[in-house]
Design a protein around this ligand. Structure first.
Ligand code: HSE
Length: 417
């Protein structure tokens, strides 16, 4: 059998992780050959041996390879590189969720046109199997919901904050462990998880890449006291990405939530990702595993390389049918229960004011608790609401913030999973 000739573009944490797995693979990858690496600079952490290095990454496209593994990250240069590889008749494997989210539709169509494959298992949940599983193994099912923690860094930060660690120190640890993106703001502001749920929604519901009408919010405003107040009601705080189908269309969102501690997702700590699928034939099931890091990502990349080496003729994954795009729902029209955190002046009548504003907006209060005074002598008030439409909740919050006795406010949506 002819060897699978591989060219790797990029020489950072993920690329060197893949290289090390391939060269230390005890002969498992004997049918594969790493022909060249496109690296703008050396990486002192990894010796590339006698493998040919191109300083111009685009020279990898011209080399005698079957598959280009794109690991440079970013969007536009990566898109250019992938485009050139597909147009040159090379398969492409990538871990780059941003480029698949932004240009996936165009790149998939280009792969189909050129009769080559574009595979991206490790773009979502790193090595935890989800992309080929969703596109192949679930193809008999109608999927109604895909929801989960899709960013390893934020789950690592939140689950450590729950144990008392500070946001800043855990973010630094996530960067040192190689979980975070080169620009970690993409992790903590919800964008990375949004890219991933956008990709899963394309596979589950044929929604477009990129998808519009997307609510994205990060974990920057989550504080240790949110875990304490959540715990009083047997809940915890997670960052969740959701794609949900109803008879009007698909909702797409990526934001922090409060979840019952009894939820299967709530128990997943550290860098783990977890996705709950709701399907018609298989029912509800959970996929969970490591969602970031060089070894985990190498596992996903190698699964794509295996799929390519095995299936020269058959298709390693089913692509979405972008001609059947669903309507995307407006986030403002969705209905949630909310955790509302307010810091208020310690004055008589403040609770009455809050109740009045909530009543004006027909927001039912499930629970309201006043906590001990803070150092700045303000008082936290924690409210759990009944279900209400998002747009109404936003107006009520604005009304509250317009009153000088309300010093600070925040909401976290409550998810029944
Ligand atoms: N920064 C990403 C995460 C890496 O933390 O999930 C894996 O996509």
């Amino acid at each position: 059998m002819a060897k699978l000739k591989i060219g790797i573009c990029g020489w950072g944490n993920v690329a060197t992780g893949l290289y090390e797995q391939l060269v230390n693979g005890d002969g498992i990858y004997a049918d594969w050959e790493i022909c060249c690496i496109g690296a703008r600079r050396d990486n002192p952490k990894c010796n590339s041996g006698s493998t040919k290095i191109f300083r111009d990454i685009f020279e990898v496209v011209e080399a005698d390879i079957d598959v280009l593994v794109e690991l440079i990250g970013g969007v536009e240069t990566a898109k250019d590189l992938i485009t050139r590889a597909l147009n040159s008749g090379k398969h492409v494997v990538t871990a780059n969720k941003a480029v698949i989210f932004e240009h996936g539709e165009e790149l998939i169509n280009l792969a189909i046109k050129n009769n080559v494959k574009l595979l991206f298992e490790s773009a979502v949940c790193a090595g935890t199997p989800v992309i080929k599983m969703l596109s192949n193994d679930l193809s008999a099912n109608k999927i109604s919901q895909v929801a989960g923690m899709l960013n390893g860094t934020t789950n690592f930060i939140l689950s450590n904050m729950e144990e008392g660690a500070s946001y800043e120190s855990v973010l630094q640890e996530a960067q040192e462990k190689g979980y975070a993106e080169p620009d970690p703001s993409l992790d903590v502001n919800g964008t990375d998880a949004a890219h991933k749920i956008g990709i899963l929604a394309a596979l589950a519901f044929n929604s477009g890449l990129p998808a519009s009408d997307f609510h994205i919010e990060g974990i920057e405003n989550i504080q240790s006291q949110d875990f304490i107040y959540a715990n009083d009601f047997h809940m915890t705080v997670k960052h969740l990405a959701v794609a949900k189908l109803n008879n009007k269309g698909v909702e797409l969102r990526s934001h922090p939530v409060m979840l019952s501690k009894d939820s299967s997702l709530a128990g997943l700590k550290g860098v783990r990702n977890g996705i709950q699928f709701d399907t018609n034939l298989l029912g509800e099931f959970l996929v969970a595993g490591s969602g970031a890091g060089r070894e985990s990502t190498a596992s996903g990349l190698i699964s794509d390389l295996f799929a390519l080496s095995k299936s020269k003729k058959s298709s390693p994954m089913q692509y979405p049918d972008f001609s059947k795009k669903p309507n995307l729902l407006n986030f403002d029209d969705l209905i949630f229960k909310y955790y509302v955190y307010l810091e208020v002046k310690d004055e008589p009548g403040v609770l009455a004011l809050i109740s009045k504003i909530f009543a004006e907006h027909a927001i039912g209060v499930d629970k309201i608790i006043q906590k001990d005074q803070l150092d700045n002598s303000s008082v936290p008030v924690v409210i759990f609401t009944d279900p209400i439409i998002e747009s109404e909740m936003q107006i009520a919050l604005q009304d509250l913030e317009n009153h000088p006795v309300i010093l600070n406010s925040k909401i976290i949506r409550i998810e029944d999973l």
